[in-house]
Design a protein around this ligand. Structure first.
Ligand code: MG
Ligand code: ZN
Length: 201
């Protein structure tokens, strides 16, 4: 039985990798350390069953920083693909901000490329991520962005996001059009960002 929805579902979903699909381990190059986030498996399998095309868009500046090899990133991606895939498209940015590339989020390059590879207009794509750069990249690409805050998320990132979901279960509800979640108001939730330093992904 299909539920009537006001809003046609997006047809593509692009996920940030670290802190969104899998638990964030900064600059991880070890496949054994890949652990799916709670709800990730159910989310991707349900979306596939609904006909969504799925992809991953990930900043991997550890490559430019000399902390990760491209092979190590590929090995971790393979592990993610085995646990949560198969994904229809994979994009990663190996650069640091100073490289001035077009792909590093919050730039929209990876989202535009991935949408093109999927044969989708960016407006039919939703980007799901855990930090401001993910949803800013979505906005810059003309895609929908949903922020799923973690302990790494800064309060101002959550406050400026157009859509915020508590967890991946809520992302599913948003994507299936079951309800619209308002952006957090001035009395928005508390995030565990006080004094935290985040390493640049
Ligand atoms: Mg992330
Ligand atoms: Zn790049």
């Amino acid at each position: 039985m299909t539920k009537q929805t006001k809003q046609a579902p997006s047809r593509g979903v692009l996920f940030d990798r670290d802190g969104t699909l899998i638990v964030n381990v900064p600059y991880n190059g070890l496949p054994d350390r890949v652990v799916p986030m709670p709800g990730a498996r159910a989310l991707v399998s349900t979306l596939r069953a609904h006909g969504f095309k799925l992809g991953v868009v990930s900043n991997q500046s550890g490559i430019a920083r000399g902390l990760l090899t491209r092979d190590a990133v590929a090995a971790v991606n393979d592990r993610v693909d085995r646990l949560l895939g198969p994904f229809d498209v994979w994009k990663h940015c190996p650069h640091i901000e100073e490289d001035g590339c077009a792909c590093r989020k919050p730039k929209p390059g990876m989202i535009l490329d991935a949408a093109s590879n999927l044969g989708l207009n960016p407006k039919d794509v939703t980007v799901v991520g855990d930090i401001g750069a993910d949803v800013e990249a979505a906005r810059a690409a003309g895609a929908r962005g949903i922020l799923v805050p973690t302990a790494e998320t800064l309060r101002e990132e959550a406050e400026s996001a157009e859509e915020v979901a508590t967890d991946l279960h809520e992302v599913l509800a948003l994507l299936l059009g079951e309800y619209q979640h308002p952006a957090p108001d001035s009395e928005g939730r508390e995030f565990q960002d006080a004094g935290r330093k985040r390493v640049a992904p």
